[in-house]
Design a protein around this ligand. Sequence first.
Ligand code: 1GP
Length: 249
Amino acid sequence: QSLYHQLTEKKQAGKKSFAVLIDPDKVNETSIEALVQLSVPAKVDYFFVGGSLVISNHLDECIRQIKKACNIPVVLFPGSPSQVSRYADALLYLSLISGRNPELLIGQHVVSAPFVKKSGLEIMPTGYMVIDGGAPTTVSYISNATPIPSDKNDIAMCTAMAGEMLGMKLIYMDAGSGAKRPITEDMIKSVAQHIEVPLIIGGGITDAEKAYLNCKAGADIIVVGNAIEKDASLIKEISDAIHSVPVKI
Ligand code: 1GP
C-alpha cells in the first residue's frame, strides 16, 4: 500500500497526523537515536527529512539510521533537487505554487527528472505554498519568491484550489522554519474547505495547543522542526494533542 493511499484513507477517516522534521545538517548519530526513541512511543506518524540548505552529505546515512531503528515512514522534504535518497519511503515532489519563480515551479524538476525517477521512490506531487511568517525565513530568501501575505486567505485558497486542479496530490502550507507567526487558523480553514487532497501545515508551530487548533481548522498533517530541536519533550505533548482531535462523523 502506498504512503499516499494511507494518507488519503486517514483523511477520509478524519485522522490527523504528526510529522517530525529532521534537518540532516542539525543532527548526528546520537541525536537521531534520541529522536527515534522519543518518537516511537509518542506515535509520531512520519519523519520529514530535509532542509533548505543541507550542507552536509550525510542524508543517506541519516535516513538509513532512522530506518534501521524504527518503522516510522521517512518522507523526503527536499530543499533542492540534490536531496534525494533512495533509502526514504517517499518524496514530496514540491512545486512552489505560491511563488512566481519558474525554476521552483518546473525548472529544477526538468533537470532532475531522470535522477528522481531512477530513485524508485514513491513520488507525491505537492503544491508548496509559502505564507509570510512575520520575518524573512530561509525558505523565502532561498526561493527568491514573495510569500503569500499572512492575512490574504483568498489568495491562499485560490492558490491551493489551482494546485489541486493542476493535479497536485498534497498541499503544503509553510510559514517557514522558525517563523515568528505560524499560519492562522482562519487561513487554514479557508483552504481546507476548498480542497479534497490532504493539507500539510508547518512553520513556527511551537506548542501542542496550536497544533491541535490547526487540526481542528482542517490541517491533516502538522510538521514541527525547530521547536523540537530546542525541546524534544514536545514530541509527546504535540503528538498526543494531534491524535486527540475528535474524528468528524
Ligand atoms: C519548515 O514547516 C517546517 O519548513 C517546520 O517549521 O521548524 O518552524 O517547525 P519549524
